[in-house]
Design a protein around this ligand. Structure first.
Ligand code: GLU
Ligand code: MG
Length: 322
């Protein structure tokens, strides 16, 4: 939480801007049978019984404003989104939402798993972080119809910073060995370091804006989505890393990348991601030497601990924990 707090301060120092975020969390609920062909269906919604309405009611009772609960693409997969809030509060509420979903499932005699890949050849669970930038008075400043991909200058620099630092921050936003089974082709999960309009396979997705009539309304609804994160990451760490990277993009006026041909790949494994993290001078500054060393040692010992497991045992183990 302190890491995110410092990232928010870095963004403020670099730009005077604030970030509003909404976490969209995917998970598997065991209290519903697996049925082929039920992706996004009303049937899949009905079949989960009282779980969804109980989660939403409990969230409201806890003072949160849930945006949606819906069946996702995979078998027994659902998604829970809390409405946008200032960064620190959004991360707090992502944690609360996870715990309320877990507690509700348990009361019903079942469980939920937010593991990025509960089954080795199954569907991935992402945690997508929607975000937009706002000035000191709260006015939205992410949108510019004449900017690249509709981005304002500050938003373009912020995104350029995130893309620039992705090889280093992926170890924080996708911090488990099974994270890298999710970050593979044809899963609506990112595999390369890119920013694309509406593309669910992009690292940064410029989200479509629906039902808006005036430029002012578009500016209010306009947001981006960071898709390189999953439920094995701390929401504080993932959002903090993204904000530190974006703030650096603004501070150094980084331009959006132009690639000749394909965009560079994301790390392909946790080992690669940790090596990328260790090489980054920026991360050293954001973490401080003690925290960084502790993080790298902790994650490398986790990797060594599960090194002998095959993908299906590995996924089963992480599905238990997360
Ligand atoms: N389940 C996909 C993921 O792992 C995302 C599906 C969606 O676009 O909502 O990120
Ligand atoms: Mg989804």
């Amino acid at each position: 939480r302190e890491f995110l707090r410092r990232a928010i301060a870095a963004l403020d120092a670099a730009s005077g801007l604030h970030l509003i975020a909404a976490f969209e969390q995917e998970f598997v609920y065991t209290g519903v049978e697996e049925r082929p062909g039920h992706a996004y269906s009303l049937g899949a919604w009905r079949r989960q019984g009282e779980f969804g309405e109980s989660v939403v009611a409990a969230l409201r009772a806890a003072g949160l404003k849930p945006d949606s609960f819906l069946p996702e693409y995979g078998p027994r997969q659902y998604e829970l989104t809390i409405g946008p809030q200032p960064a620190l509060k959004a991360a707090d509420q992502a944690v609360i939402a996870r715990e309320i979903a877990r507690a509700t499932a348990l009361r019903l005699g079942h469980r939920v798993s937010f593991s990025p890949m509960p089954v080795a050849d199954g569907t991935g669970n992402g945690v997508h972080i929607h975000f937009s930038l706002h000035d000191a008075l709260g006015a939205p400043v992410t949108y510019d119809p004449d900017g690249p991909l509709g981005l304002s200058k500050a938003a373009a620099q912020f995104c350029a910073g995130v893309l620039h630092h992705l090889p280093a921050i992926t170890a924080i936003t996708a911090p488990s060995p099974v994270s890298y089974l999710r970050l593979t082709p044809n899963r609506w999960a990112p595999t390369v370091i890119d920013i694309v309009k509406q593309d669910r396979g992009a690292a940064l997705r410029v989200c479509p804006v629906f039902a808006t009539t005036t430029p002012k309304k578009i500016a209010k609804a306009f947001n981006l989505e960071f898709r390189v994160s999953d439920g094995s990451a701390s929401p504080y760490m993932a959002l903090g890393a993204m904000i530190f990277a974006g703030a650096d993009g603004i501070a150094r006026k980084v331009a959006l990348p132009k690639y000749d041909g394909e965009a560079p790949p994301l790390p392909r494994s946790l080992g690669q991601a940790l090596d990328g993290m260790e090489k980054s001078a920026a991360i050293k500054e954001w973490f401080g030497p003690t925290f960084l060393e502790a993080y790298l040692r902790h994650k490398r010992s986790e990797l060594a601990h599960v090194a002998a497991l095959d993908p299906s045992d590995l996924c089963a183990r992480y599905a238990e924990v997360y």
